[in-house]
Unconditional design. Structure first.
Length: 333
């Protein structure tokens, strides 16, 4: 990573650290929601953007993580252990959900993951003895970190920010590792990746499992943020919302989910001055964005960057294109 990128990242982190000093409690609640949904979207981006496996089950994994953390912490179990158990549970279930992806693809796989999400909601709604049914669970405790309570908005925001940074670094390490290259190969051409020695079966299962673990962590944090959960809070609209975050920001780009979550979570807040029309304006903005930026905002920025390079040095671009054609001709011979 270049020094310029590191400087920009540090500047962005400094901005996130300084934000609470200019925000109300409600503003911190919204910012915490943005960071939490960014974690969930990062997991889906690994599954969809890097491995090319579509999933509509991320809200279901969030639900499992939320109820696991809520039940364990309300029973007096320490929050770090509860979050780890939630992530491990979702990791295992993500592995199991990945098996259908070995046989079906594209919209068929979307239907399978959608059915899983619906199954999770039905179980949580009907098992009242454990989950409280449609009434849900209330009074989920917020964590205490090194003796510091996070009941107030500012400490909890910093708690979520710390976990967000840790999970982003973990994901960056995965993407930069041989696993990350294998995920990209699986997305681009599974047959060619298999011919090069990539275990596409293992990579497909891992893509679902790791993405599910991120969803479980996000669900646990949502339970602690709102201190109340109920099954319908994790229905299909939430899965579609997280999918929209990945697509709007730019699937396959590291910061795509973070940017997409920022727009999807915060755009309605900026449009509330329009009163009853803000949802209509929000929907129109999303439609226009998807029509003109099907690759997402970062995809559009990448195309603009390449076009600018081509204008600055057209001869080098033409030479690169000619060399690529010559190489392809040699391979075909």
């Amino acid at each position: 990573m270049s020094l310029r990128k590191i400087s920009l990242l540090l500047a962005g982190l400094a901005l996130l650290i300084a934000l609470p000093f200019s925000q109300s409690n409600y503003g911190l609640l919204v910012l915490s929601s943005w960071l939490i949904y960014s974690i969930a979207a990062m997991g889906l981006n690994l599954t969809l953007g890097y491995a090319g496996q579509i999933s509509l089950a991320q809200a279901g994994f969030m639900a499992l993580g939320a109820y696991t953390v809520a039940l364990m912490t309300m029973a007096g179990i320490a929050w770090p252990f509860a979050l780890i158990v939630a992530m491990l549970l979702c990791f295992v279930l993500g592995l199991l959900l990945g098996y259908p992806a070995l046989r079906v693809q594209h919209h068929f796989l979307a239907f399978v993951t959608l059915a899983f999400n619906a199954l999770v909601i039905l179980v949580l709604r009907n098992e009242e003895w454990l989950t409280g049914g449609t009434y849900g669970l209330t009074g989920v405790p917020r964590p205490e970190v090194f003796g510091l309570k996070t009941m107030m908005a500012t400490p909890f925001y910093y708690f979520v920010l710390a976990l967000f940074v840790v999970m982003a670094l973990v994901l960056y390490g995965i993407i930069r590792s041989p696993w990350g290259r294998a995920f990209k190969g699986l997305r681009e051409n599974p047959i060619r990746a298999n011919s090069l020695g990539v275990d596409i079966r293992k990579m497909t299962l891992l893509a679902f499992a790791i993405g599910a673990a991120y969803g479980g962590l996000a669900g646990g944090l949502i339970a602690q943020l709102t201190q109340y959960i109920e099954p319908h809070s994790f229905g299909l609209p939430i899965s579609l919302k997280i999918l929209l975050m990945v697509i709007v920001g730019g699937a396959g780009f590291f910061f795509g989910p973070v940017l997409g979550a920022f727009l999807i979570v915060l755009a309605p807040e900026f449009l509330r001055f329009t009163e009853g029309y803000y949802l209509m304006l929000y929907a129109v903005l999303v439609i226009v964005l998807m029509v003109f930026c099907p690759a997402g905002l970062l995809g559009l920025a990448d195309r603009a960057k390449n076009a600018l390079k081509q204008r600055r040095n057209p001869q080098a671009t033409a030479w690169t294109a000619k060399a690529a054609l010559d190489n392809n001709g040699e391979k075909n011979q």
